[in-house]
Design a protein around this ligand. Structure first.
Ligand SMILES: Cc1cc2nc3c(=O)[nH]c(=O)nc-3n(C[C@H](O)[C@H](O)[C@H](O)COP(=O)(O)O)c2cc1C
Length: 165
């Protein structure tokens, strides 16, 4: 049995949270000038089947917070195993993350990336304060999925322990 720790041990808390294996997504929207913006996020989860709803959370310190609060729509692009470079790119504090990246306009113009395992085009239902993050609840307007291997994230690394490169 692992030793119990208090959540004031923030390093330990992060490590414990990271033991929950997830997929990896890029959440996208358009800013007020119609430019595509997006970031890598693994906080995505399903919420409701009827009505169809999903959620993800964004760090309050994100420069994109006002953009997502204003936008009214977003897309969640669930990455395939061969899209790790895209995940890295959209997690770096880069300038134009979309430079040279292929995308198509989905519902309300939100950027939908090709080659993913799934994508969910959403209208923002509400945003909820969640400590140092803001939780976005979205109503799914359109979705697609494909039979591809997903990109997995666990314990701060890509891939499952059995299939790490
Ligand atoms: C696998 C992975 C998952 C991440 N998940 C989230 C997340 O759910 N929410 C978040 O705010 N940042 C998350 N990040 C960090 C952001 O991608 C990173 O801080 C990015 O630079 C934020 O961009 P922005 O400040 O332009 O919004 C994640 C990073 C990685 C590598």
């Amino acid at each position: 049995m692992a030793t119990a720790a208090d959540p004031s041990d923030s390093r330990g808390f992060r490590d414990a949270l990271g033991r929950f294996a997830t997929g990896v997504t890029i959440v996208t929207t358009l800013d007020g000038a119609g430019r595509p913006v997006g970031l890598t996020a693994n906080s995505f989860n399903s919420v409701s089947l009827d009505p169809p709803m999903v959620l993800w959370s964004l760090a309050r310190r994100s420069l994109n917070l006002p953009v997502f609060l204003e936008a009214g729509h977003f897309a969640v692009n669930v990455l395939a195993a061969d899209q790790r470079a895209l995940s890295d790119r959209f997690a770096r504090p880069a300038g134009d993350r979309f430079a040279g990246v292929d995308w198509e306009a989905g519902t309300a113009g939100v950027p939908v990336l090709p080659g993913t395992v799934a994508s969910f085009e959403c209208a923002t239902d509400s945003s909820i304060e969640g400590g140092d993050h803001v939780i976005f609840l979205g109503r799914v307007a359109r979705f697609r999925h494909a039979d591809r291997e997903p990109l997995i994230y666990h314990a701060g690394r890509y891939g499952t322990p059995a299939a790490r490169g």
